[in-house]
Write a protein that binds this ligand. Sequence first.
Ligand code: GLN
Length: 240
Amino acid sequence: MELRICHLYPDVLNLYGDRGNVLCMKKRLEWRGIGCSVTELPIGEKAPLGRFDLFFIGGGQDFEQGLLLDDLRAGKGGEIKAAANDGLAFLCVCGGYQLMGHSYETYTGERFAFLGALDLVTAGAKERLIGNFAFETEFGAVVGFENHSGRTRLGPGVQPLGRVLRGSGNNGEDGTEGARYLNVFGTYSHGPVLPKNPALCDGILLAALRRKYGSAELEPLDDAAENAAHESVLRSLGIN
Ligand code: GLN
């Protein structure tokens, strides 16, 4: 077995170590003897997206998101949306998560028309939502770090990725965090999120492997260090 990962916009979307998610996915595949290649696709570079199995898009501030609009409109945006609808796997973090939605209206009044791959909209507010946070998912509690002005509201076409245990999540009001649509996973969680949430990482890898091979299982790994990091954040948030 083998997964081909495409890291979209590594040149502009990479906050708080988001790139570490790609290293984590690659390592957890290789430790099990599963092959993995990583292709970086920065602004201006194109490749047939259907040749990949798993996409990663990291976070970026409003400015960096604005830089991408021309490249998305030049064709990549439609291809990303088609890949999502085709069931290919995605992990999208914060600015990259917002990018998958319909639109983002910044606090200063700029309106970015985004991809509409995920049925959600985002509007910026003056007060940023910042801090370590945790949310409950089908993979157990997930911990991470959030820092966003955007408040995201989910439409009926997506499910929340989880329910907030501590912190703000999508908007600080409705208790939802992130979004799930087919094999697309969107979250506000930086950190990077995957190394200290191995169950979430394996859930995303399995989604990609099953999309590609029909069925797949992952051997358990020794996650003592990862779980210690996970527990430590939960404890710091007063959980457990
Ligand atoms: N520009 C977005 C916001 O502030 C995303 C920030 C981020 O990726 N951390 O809402």
